[in-house]
Design a binder for this molecule. Structure first.
Ligand SMILES: NC(=O)C1=CN([C@@H]2O[C@H](COP(=O)(O)OP(=O)(O)OC[C@H]3O[C@@H](n4cnc5c(N)ncnc54)[C@H](OP(=O)(O)O)[C@@H]3O)[C@@H](O)[C@H]2O)[C@@H](O)CC1
Ligand SMILES: Nc1ncnc2c1ncn2[C@@H]1O[C@H](COP(=O)(O)OP(=O)(O)O)[C@@H](O)[C@H]1O
Ligand SMILES: [K+]
Length: 530
């Protein structure tokens, strides 16, 4: 499991060590870790170290100090180093160490902007050490001009761009982005992953994320965000017992599809079957049921009522519209049943405003914006799709808080939030997953896991996940599996939603073979998050 913390939490964890006079030690650990990560990355790309050029963009605070000490270390390894000071002030000890090591520092001003931008653009490695966890807003003045010009010239495509702690302009707490931001290939972050690197849009700019332990780990509070890794899936995914039968393994009721979108019902059923449910029972219009039967002979189609259908969980809403009154009525009855429910697409606007944690809502950004509008989040009437995309963590938290439901926000990074503020971020997928029907398959996978794991409170408690938070954990497991299946299903080319379901059992099999030994130890070395 990867834990994400806000910048504020990290700073609080540093506090006792700073009070004990260990600030310089922390900075040495951080900057050493940064320099080592640069060297490892260059070696991994087959580049030599000696003679390779590195330009470090330096801010006035400790983030700049980290960059200067790291550059000093790289200069000592024979790299040709240039520091661009974006403020009159710079970390004094860091600057002295950098100059002692033979590095050259230049002050960025209106008159040096053009020349220094060209110098940075030519560097093999660019380290962005302007703003870290102490930033207020984004880059300003000449620093903003330099980064805009670099981004405009496509420099980040040629140089290796490494962000120190966070890409400058990305909010470490929320992942909000203050343009311009230099998109990094690698972010080397200190003490623990910052939540803002694990949520969109910040994650767009972070590249791969490496955590460098600096000795504050013992002081960290409960994380702001969690991310399951393969080892967690292996531990938490259900396994049938020797005496299992189809009913004990979980039955999922599916209320999905319509005359307009019959395929959504098929894809949801296929997702559920691929994710190991004991049985799927389908309720819906006869023409859709007939298609489901033809496509998935495993599914039991019935014309009974929701109340008469014996299941452990419900999936409602995929492929349904506002005119599908009979199906929407079934969706409401499923929610009233008190069983766990995954409510997707067409069901979202049709359910009561106040729900419960065992109801998992699965909007994409547009649907979440509509949901928030419908809930009359009077505090924030401007919240539209773009606003959700610009501040995904806040939006998903707002929705979980207002509805009392578990909310899963789909996207390149999938966020899941329980109403008691237990949060997950999963990003195993590939952009090829952005294809029609992909969300229907995800709904099926969530439904299947709700049916199999929903009643097993102890299973989650063993992993420190409370009863009300297990729904978010189940949704996050499903998002992770869906992403892994998507990744496995594409060899770098297009993907259909059906293929995601077809590949899912393989992805499941692969993670089931892993042990939890993959998890990061408290003092382990830097590790890639994705
Ligand atoms: N604490 C420790 O010992 C350790 C900390 N570590 C490292 O320190 C980083 C945090 O350092 P930090 O607190 O000095 O803040 P930082 O992120 O460098 O920048 C803020 C500085 O810039 C200024 N400023 C603010 N906003 C601005 C803007 N928009 N545009 C321009 N300027 C702006 C602001 O000054 P002000 O404007 O408030 O006068 C302030 O001086 C952290 O990310 C990690 O890398 C590690 O080495 C481990 C040990
Ligand atoms: N750029 C992306 N990268 C990775 N996964 C993505 C991306 N865009 C969408 N996805 C995933 O694909 C699925 C799309 O779901 P959705 O928008 O509901 O599609 P549909 O309604 O067509 O089925 C979600 O699981 C989402 O997280
Ligand atoms: K930075």
């Amino acid at each position: 499991m990867i834990s994400g913390y806000t910048g504020t939490q990290i700073r609080a964890a540093e506090e006792p060590l700073l009070a004990a006079g260990m600030g310089a030690v922390l900075m040495q650990r951080a900057s050493h870790g940064l320099a080592n990560a640069v060297i490892r990355e260059l070696k991994g790309r087959g580049h030599r170290i000696y003679g390779t050029s590195v330009a470090v963009l330096v801010g006035k605070g400790n983030n700049g100090g980290d960059g200067l000490f790291a550059a000093a270390f790289l200069a000592a390894r024979g790299m040709s180093t240039t520091a661009v000071l974006t403020a009159e002030a710079a970390h004094p000890e860091g600057l002295a160490a950098f100059e002692r090591a033979g590095g050259r520092a230049h002050l960025l001003t209106d008159s040096t902007l053009r020349r220094l931008t060209a110098d940075v653009a030519r560097a093999d490695v660019v380290i962005d050490a302007v703003l870290g966890t102490g930033a207020k807003g984004g880059l300003r003045g000449t620093a903003a001009a330099l980064v805009s010009r670099l981004a405009g010239s496509g420099t980040s495509g040629e140089s290796l761009v490494v962000a120190c702690d966070v890409p400058s302009g990305v909010d470490a707490d929320t992942g909000q982005v203050h343009e311009p931001v230099l998109a990094a290939d690698l972010t080397v972050t200190f003490g623990a992953a910052k939540a803002g690197l694990l949520a969109d849009p910040g994650a767009d700019y972070a590249g791969r994320v490496h955590v460098v332990p600096i000795g504050i780990e013992e002081n960290l509070p409960l994380p702001a965000l969690h991310r399951f890794e393969a080892g967690d899936l292996s531990r938490l995914l259900p396994q049938p017992g020797r005496r299992s039968h189809k009913y004990s393994r979980g039955v999922l009721g599916v209320v999905a599809g319509s005359a307009d979108y019959p395929g959504a019902a098929v894809l949801a059923c296929r997702g559920a079957l691929a994710a190991g449910v004991g049985m799927v029972r389908y309720l819906g219009p006869p023409e859709v049921a007939s298609l489901v039967r033809q496509s998935c002979p495993e599914v039991v189609c019935s014309i009974g009522s929701v109340a008469d259908t014996h299941v452990q969980a419900w999936l409602v809403g995929s492929g349904m519209g506002p005119g599908d009154s009979e199906q929407l009525q079934r969706a409401r009855e499923a929610v009233e049943s008190g069983l766990p429910v995954i409510a997707d697409a067409g069901a979202l606007p049709a359910l009561p405003a106040v729900l419960a944690p065992h109801v998992v809502l699965t909007p994409h950004a547009g649907e979440l914006a509509s949901l928030l509008k419908r809930l009359g989040s009077g505090r924030d009437p401007e919240l539209d799709r773009a606003a959700v995309e610009a501040d995904t963590l806040r939006a998903v938290r707002l929705a979980a808080g207002l509805t009392g439901a578990t909310v899963l926000l789909k996207g390149a990074t999938t966020l899941v939030e329980s109403p008691s503020r237990h949060s997950y971020s999963q990003a195993e997928g590939t952009p090829w997953l952005a294809t029609a029907g992909s969300g229907d398959v995800l709904a099926g996978v969530i439904g299947a896991l709700l049916a199999q794991l929903g009643s097993d409170v102890g299973h989650f408690r063993e992993s420190g996940i409370g009863p009300d938070d297990r729904w978010a954990a189940i949704a996050a497991l499903a998002a992770s599996l869906h992403g892994l299946a998507g990744r496995a299903a594409t060899a770098g080319g297009p993907l259909t939603a059906s293929r995601i379901a077809d590949t899912l059992p393989e992805a499941w099999d692969k993670v089931s073979r892993l042990t939890t030994g993959m998890e990061q130890g408290r003092n382990s070395h830097a590790h890639p998050l994705r």
